[in-house]
Write a protein that binds this ligand. Structure first.
Ligand code: UD1
Length: 337
């Protein structure tokens, strides 16, 4: 069965391609290489022994999307990762975000709605909850007004899918990720941030390698156990497996509604200082860091209630924070060697 993975050479996309191929799906990747490298394919082949089909294509080009679906008329399901994801950049260049994240989604759905049956998995984010009132966050927690254009594209994306599913044969699962981290245990694929990493874990591993002088811990006066923000760090391989399980659920028509929503997290919140401690433990070295002011737009805490994903989707995170950080460190050392 042929599955399209958009953004399949990116961080979460590449790990998901590996899990799909491990489960014998035939994978076709669309990627415009704007935030990924073609050599990621080599890592995927090294792990799985199989070469996915790769179409270099920009989803903002409506005609190219159309042509793709004519060529690959047998695509039975789509996992849609291709999107821009830097919060700060989205504030500076909102139209880039609306074009990349919304136009591309619309063009894909326009093709899919012509099919008699289509399964669609959407990369959403816990950012839609904003600062939720209650922890852990359940899927029925209200969606808060987005603080960035990036966050807004995830909310609008979810709404577009809901609307289209009502009037078409498209079935969809919206996966709301918490904070994906780590790399494949083989260290053949992992995160490849461009420039200075905005996210915590790649910044830590680059600092560990001496590429950055020190980590700035954004805020130490939050109402949390040690004053730093709390997040739910989910191992990227566990997250990748959630996509395969969600896809199978749709293909086998086990879904209970046209559109279902699941949190994808571990259920455990960790503070920034706990992540630093985990890094120091697995690497055996001290991490230089300083406590600085809060970063604008950060929520105090966000961690998932995972009961719905555990019971209904039948998926559970298996790896610990230490294991995920260890894999990120192994990857960082490999790419710098
Ligand atoms: C946020 C969004 C997430 C989105 C991601 C995209 C929420 C809850 N999450 O993640 O949906 O996909 O942005 O980038 O809205 N930190 C430091 N120093 C650093 C970097 C980070 O202290 O140099 C801290 C942050 O303040 C935060 C934690 O580390 O408390 C995690 O930060 P980050 O990795 O950027 O992810 P989020 O901001 O949680």
């Amino acid at each position: 069965m042929k599955i399209l993975v958009t953004g399949g050479l990116g961080f979460i996309g590449s790990h998901t391609v590996v899990e799909l191929q491990n489960e014998s799906f035939e994978v076709v990747i669309i990627d415009n290489l704007s935030n990924a490298e073609e050599k990621v394919l080599e890592g995927i082949i090294a792990i799985t022994g199989k070469k996915p089909i790769f179409e270099k294509l920009d989803l903002r080009e409506k005609n190219s999307v159309k042509e793709f679906f004519t060529k690959h008329a047998d695509v039975a399901g789509v996992i849609h990762f291709a999107a821009s994801k830097a919060v700060g950049e989205s504030v500076e260049n909102p139209l880039l975000y609306y074009e990349n994240n919304i136009n591309a989604l619309v063009y894909l759905l326009q093709e899919l709605q012509q099919k008699t049956d289509a399964s669609f998995i959407f990369s959403s984010s816990c950012t839609v909850y904003g600062q939720a009132e209650k922890m852990p966050i359940t899927e029925d927690a209200s969606v808060q007004p987005a603080i960035s254009p990036y966050g807004n594209t995830k909310q609008i994306g979810e709404e577009i899918i809901q609307d289209v599913a009502k009037v078409s044969n498209i079935k969809a699962i919206l996966l709301r990720y918490f904070n994906p981290i780590g790399a494949h245990p083989s260290a053949e694929i992992g995160e490849l941030p461009i420039g200075v990493p905005q996210n915590l874990v790649p910044f830590i591993t680059q600092t560990g390698m001496g590429l950055r002088k020190e980590l700035s811990v954004f805020g130490s006066d939050y109402p949390t156990s040690d004053g730093t923000c709390v997040r739910d760090y989910i191992y990227v391989v566990d997250l990748a497996k959630a996509h395969v399980i969600a896809l199978k659920r749709l293909i086998e028509n086990k879904n209970e509604a046209k559109v279902e929503v699941f949190n994808v997290g571990t259920g455990t919140g960790s503070t920034v200082l706990e992540v630093i401690q985990s890094f120091e433990k697995v690497s055996g070295q001290k991490l230089p860091y300083k406590l600085v002011d809060r970063r604008e737009g950060d929520v105090i805490e966000a961690y998932a209630d995972t009961q719905k994903a555990n019971k209904i989707l039948g998926w559970k995170a298996e790896s610990t924070l230490d294991q995920a950080i260890e894999s990120a460190w192994k990857w960082e050392k490999k790419i710098r060697s």
